[in-house]
Design a protein around this ligand. Structure first.
Ligand code: GDP
Ligand code: IMO
Ligand code: MG
Length: 428
């Protein structure tokens, strides 16, 4: 009963979409368990490029049942737009299932996301502005709207009025904005019900039955370990559990069902938005990575902050998630560098620290200790076996493997579906 969890090892955009797509032909279900349309996953198939936000990347694989599970926050308008755009390109989206327990992002969540960020000024998180944080806040505050509420007008009206009560005071008196009419929100949400109805179900039961029937289920994490609300660089995080534990609470399958945890890790590091980033580069090397790796956000188009590979972060990810396999992506982006620095530990106030410090200010002050590894100049984008890689590239992968706490089972050498070197099968 293989249940495989696939998560991001760093601060997102590691290439989870591509890794999911790689497994797509061999799994029956792909489940999104956290986040919402803050995610941006790019999948390149031949000449076609797809950018997925709310939908799991597995939707592009024929035969896969994509599932939006209870841990996700769903902007229904965005969901329909994404489905329409895929249908126009000939993708079969008819099997999509959406949890009745997933929470809904409304117009007031999007408004609050933007005004609270503006209010934070210099301390802003740099959110994607999609309403993610306010929707999860309502969930925890027990004033959220769930997908199932869209099918009961009376309950929906009561809940929306309840949720807006306090918020309107805040919007008007604190943020100097106009109050939001409950009835407008109710009318909008009710208008989604008919189209949504055939997609909704008890996805926890569906997944349980799938696993019992011996189906392969892939849980695709949005965001990444260092953006996890509990284990990331709080408060500069997203508002959900992007780590492997989130696959359990976010889908309703039990922890002992999980057979494999795959972490996708870039051969260097990037981050979008604010927050600490020890190996960040502010010189031409950073520009080199941004230009060669085309490091611009899939969701917001913002330039991504770029830096060298951080082995303590990879070890932390391996530990927190129980990683069985890493997929190392974007090795090709490093081609042409004479030497490649890799962070092996930090210096915090003059003291060597080998693990990610738990204290926020220590992590802010962490100065990377680098080891320089030899680079290579040969084009590796056409390479399909490990032995074909230049010796220095092989050594780079082996060095990372030795310091990162799990084996490097696949290596990305280009954006395309086929641009991958597999060392160990990811499903067996
Ligand atoms: P995700 O959010 O983790 O799914 O990642 P994104 O799609 O936001 O960002 C990863 C980017 O890297 C996308 O543009 C991918 O097409 C691209 N990509 C993925 N793997 C590789 C690789 O091995 N080499 C190169 N050059 N690009 C890759
Ligand atoms: P994928 O799945 C990179 C970042 C935002 C911001 C913080 C909080 O493509 O890897 P939010 O809107 O979630 O409240 O923003 O998290 N962030 C991401 N960064 N990749 C993502 O998703 C992200 N999703 C959120 O930039 O710093
Ligand atoms: Mg992304």
């Amino acid at each position: 009963m293989p249940a495989i969890v696939l998560i991001g090892a760093q601060w997102g955009d590691e290439g989870k979409g591509k890794a999911t797509d790689l497994l797509g032909s061999r799994v029956d279900y792909v489940v999104k368990f956290n986040g919402g349309n803050n995610a941006g996953h790019t999948v390149v198939i031949g000449d076609e490029k797809y950018a997925l936000h709310l939908l799991p990347s597995g939707i592009l694989s024929p035969g896969v049942t994509p599932v939006i599970a209870n841990g996700v926050v769903v902007d229904v308008e965005v969901l329909f737009e994404e489905l329409d755009a895929l249908m126009e390109r000939g993708v079969d989206v008819s099997r999509l299932k959406v949890s009745l327990n997933a929470h809904v992002i409304t117009a007031y969540h999007r408004t609050l996301d933007k005004v609270t960020e503006r209010f934070l000024g210099k301390r802003q998180i740099g959110t994607t502005g999609r309403g993610i944080g306010p929707a999860y806040a309502d969930k925890i505050n027990r004033v959220g709207i769930r997908v199932q509420d869209l099918f009961d007008e009376n309950i929906l009206r009561q809940k929306v009025e309840g949720a807006l009560d306090q918020k309107n005071h805040m919007l008007v008196k604190v943020y100097n904005r106009r109050a939001i009419e409950a009835e407008e929100i109710v009318t909008e949400l009710l208008s989604y019900a008919e189209r949504l109805r055939p997609m909704v179900t008890d996805t926890a039961l569906l997944l349980h039955q799938a696993l019992m029937a011996g189906k392969n289920v892939l849980f695709e994490g949005g965001q990444a370990t260092m953006l996890d609300v509990d284990h990331g660089t709080y408060p500069f995080v997203t508002s959900s559990n992007a780590t492997s534990g989130g696959a359990v609470t976010g889908s309703g399958i039990a922890p002992n069902r999980i057979d494999r945890v795959i972490a996708v890790v870039k051969a260097y590091t990037t981050r979008v938005g604010s927050g600490p980033f020890p190996t960040e580069l502010f010189d031409e090397s950073g520009e080199y990575l941004r230009a060669n790796g085309f490091e611009f956000g899939t969701t917001t188009g913002r330039p991504r902050r770029c830096g060298w590979y951080d082995a303590p972060i990879a070890r932390y990810t391996a530990r927190i998630n129980g990683v069985t396999d890493f997929v190392l992506t974007k090795l090709d982006v490093l081609t042409g560098l004479a030497e490649i620095p890799v962070c092996v530990a930090y210096s915090v106030d003059g003291v060597r620290v080998d693990e990610v410090p738990v204290s926020q200010s220590d992590f802010h002050h962490a100065v990377p200790i680098y080891e320089n590894l030899p680079g290579w100049t040969e084009d590796i984008t056409g390479v399909r076996t490990f032995e074909e890689l230049p010796q220095a590239a092989q050594n780079y992968v082996l060095a990372l493997e030795a310091m990162s706490g799990s084996r490097m089972s696949a290596i990305g050498v280009g954006p395309g579906r086929e641009a991958i070197v597999v060392r160990h099968d990811l499903i067996d």
